[in-house]
Design a protein around this ligand. Structure first.
Ligand code: MG
Length: 240
C-alpha cells in the first residue's frame, strides 16, 4: 500500500468514525473497514501457523487500563520465566513503562507504541516476529493496548485470547462489553483482594461472562496476593 493510499484510508476512517460520511463515501468507508478486518484475519492466521511451526504457545491479554494486565504477566513470569523462554510484546499508545516492568522478570520484552490506535493488530505482531528468530522462544505473551472495545476488531493469531477485568471496574463491566467476551477463551476477574471492601457482585460478573460465551473459562485472581495464578497457568496449558 502506498503512502498516498494509506493517507486516503486514514481520512475515510476518520470521517467514518465521526459519522460524517454519507452515500458513496459511506459505502466506501464500510468496504475499507471490512477489507482491513479481513486482511487482519488472514495475517493473524499466518501468524498462528508460524507459532505452531516453532512449537510456541501464545496468549493475547486484553483489558482496560489499570485492570492488572501487566501485574498478572509479572506474576506468571515469576513462576515460569525459568522454565520457558518468553517473549512479551507490550502494546501501549505511548511510553515503555510496561516493557521495563517485564524486563525485571527475566523475560525479553518489546514495547510497541501504537500512537493513535487503540488496539494492536496482526500487522504489528507480524512486524515483530519477522525480525525475530522464533527458535529462541517457547511462549509469546502479548499485552494489548488498555481498552475493552477496539481489540474486538483485531485478532492477533494467538492460541488464546484472555480478557482481564478488575472488580474496581464495577460489576457491569462484562455485561457492557459482550463482543470481547464472545471472542475470548478466558475471562479473568482480578483484584479479588479488594472484594470485601468494594462489595462488588462477582457472581454476577462470572454469570455474565458465561451467559455471553458458554465456552469461556472464568477465573478470579489477585495479582497482589497471587491468588489463583497457578490455576491461570494451568488454564493456559502451561506447566508450572
Ligand atoms: Mg499494562
Amino acid at each position: 500500500m502506498s503512502d498516498k493510499e494509506e493517507r486516503e484510508i486514514q481520512r475515510f476512517m476518520e470521517l467514518d468514525s465521526n459519522k460524517l460520511t454519507k452515500g458513496k463515501e459511506r459505502e466506501l468507508a464500510i468496504q475499507i473497514e471490512e477489507d482491513i478486518m479481513k486482511q487482519n484475519e488472514v495475517l493473524a492466521d499466518q501468524i498462528n501457523q508460524e507459532f505452531k511451526k516453532y512449537n510456541i504457545k501464545s496468549i493475547d491479554i486484553v483489558g482496560a487500563i489499570g485492570a492488572g494486565k501487566t501485574a498478572i504477566i509479572e506474576k506468571i513470569l515469576e513462576k515460569l520465566a525459568s522454565k520457558y523462554r518468553v517473549l512479551v510484546i507490550c502494546g501501549d499508545v505511548t511510553t515503555r513503562v510496561d516493557a521495563n516492568r517485564i524486563e525485571k522478570h527475566n523475560a525479553e520484552s518489546i514495547q510497541i507504541n501504537t500512537g493513535r490506535e487503540c488496539a494492536l493488530n496482526a500487522y504489528h505482531i507480524n512486524q515483530i516476529i519477522k525480525n525475530k528468530d522464533l527458535n529462541n522462544y517457547d511462549l509469546i505473551i502479548i499485552e494489548n493496548v488498555g481498552n475493552l472495545i477496539c481489540p474486538s476488531d483485531f485478532i492477533l493469531g494467538t492460541d488464546k485470547r484472555v480478557t482481564i477485568v478488575s472488580i474496581t471496574e464495577g460489576e457491569w463491566v462484562i455485561e457492557k462489553h459482550p463482543m470481547l467476551f464472545k471472542m475470548s477463551d478466558v475471562a479473568v476477574i482480578n483484584k479479588m483482594d479488594l472484594a470485601e471492601i468494594l462489595e462488588t457482585n462477582v457472581d454476577k460478573m462470572i454469570n455474565d461472562a458465561k451467559k455471553i460465551n458458554p465456552n469461556i473459562q472464568v477465573i478470579t485472581t489477585s495479582a497482589k496476593t497471587g491468588k489463583n495464578i497457578d490455576k491461570l497457568i494451568e488454564i493456559f496449558g502451561l506447566e508450572n
